[in-house]
Write a protein that binds this ligand. Structure first.
Ligand code: NAP
Length: 259
């Protein structure tokens, strides 16, 4: 979805730092609150526009794609952006690659702010796989009741395994054509509580959970619930990260903005 850019989400007066935050993660929200509270910084948060009612941010918000590397490079130059923080979701690989290339082209420093991936704890029954195709294979040939906790993107990859009975949890309605034939859709947005996740998996007779290794606290209850119920988890690994400098620390991101 493309939107016309606002003429300028940032003021025309010369600030100390003009920051573009690429959002889509909870870390982006925390960071924008810190930027908004710092008088040396002026910032704008950019969202892809996938969620129809995104939660409010403390910075001016622009919505929609930039038009690839070229469009993002032009935006950085037109808006005289001095620093970019890529705080997109760890599975949003294309925008991260675009940000890296555009920052090089525009000569703007970039920092990737991401959250640590989850690591298996005692009692976890994970099978770690590289991508959705491998997750489908890991489910096996025999029909199973599957909790598909991957969001709506990529759900079409599971259509080639129509023998399973899926429970898909999403924030926004998925395309009907993307769904496997036996797929119940429920709506929910984290944070989720452990007891609710346990109840959902029990009530829905879940036998196996498929999830991305997003990391963070907001979605971790499903991992704990699977551990509690001794359920297998197919854990999809993150896409390869690029060469850009990266941190898990909001304080480090703020220090980068002071540089
Ligand atoms: P993606 O595949 O990496 O990006 C696809 C295109 O969407 C990009 O090329 C860009 O369009 C546009 N885009 C993505 N993030 C943008 C942003 N923050 N601001 C402006 N344009 C953006 O991304 P995705 O996986 O579809 O994810 C879309 C958004 O949802 C991301 O912001 C991400 O943080 C969030 N999200 C993703 C996941 C996930 O599992 N993938 C989960 C939760 C949240 P142009 O090339 O036209 O600039």
């Amino acid at each position: 979805m493309k939107h016309a850019l606002p003429s300028s989400a940032l003021s025309s007066a010369a600030p100390c730092r003009r920051v573009l935050v690429l959002g889509g993660s909870s870390e982006a929200r925390t960071l924008t609150a810190r930027i908004a509270a710092d008088p040396r910084l002026e910032g704008v948060i950019s969202l892809a526009g996938r969620t129809s009612a995104p939660r409010a941010y403390d910075l001016p918000t622009r919505v929609g794609g930039f038009g690839g590397v070229e469009g993002l490079t032009r935006y950085l130059l037109d808006e005289r952006i001095t620093h970019v923080i890529d705080a997109t979701h760890p599975f949003a690989a294309r925008i991260s690659a675009n940000a890296h290339a555009a920052c090089i082209a525009a000569g703007v420093p970039l920092l990737v702010l991401t959250r640590p991936p989850w690591a298996p704890a005692q009692g976890d029954r994970w099978r770690e796989v590289a991508d959705n195709a491998a997750a489908v294979r890991a489910l096996g040939a025999a029909p199973r009741r599957v909790f598909l906790a991957i969001g709506r993107q990529g759900v079409a990859d599971f259509r080639i395994a129509p023998q399973h009975d899926y429970l898909l949890r999403v924030i926004e309605p998925p395309q009907t054509d993307d769904l496997p034939p036996s797929c119940e859709v429920i709506f929910g947005r984290g944070p989720f509580a452990l007891e609710d996740e346990v109840a959902l998996m029990c009530d829905s007779r879940i036998e196996i959970v498929v999830t991305k290794n997003s990391g963070g606290a907001l979605a971790y209850a499903k991992i704990e619930a699977a551990r509690t119920l001794k359920l297998d988890v197919v854990m999809i690994a993150r896409p390869a990260s690029g060469d850009a400098a990266a941190t898990h620390s909001i304080d480090a991101a703020m220090a980068f903005l002071a540089s």
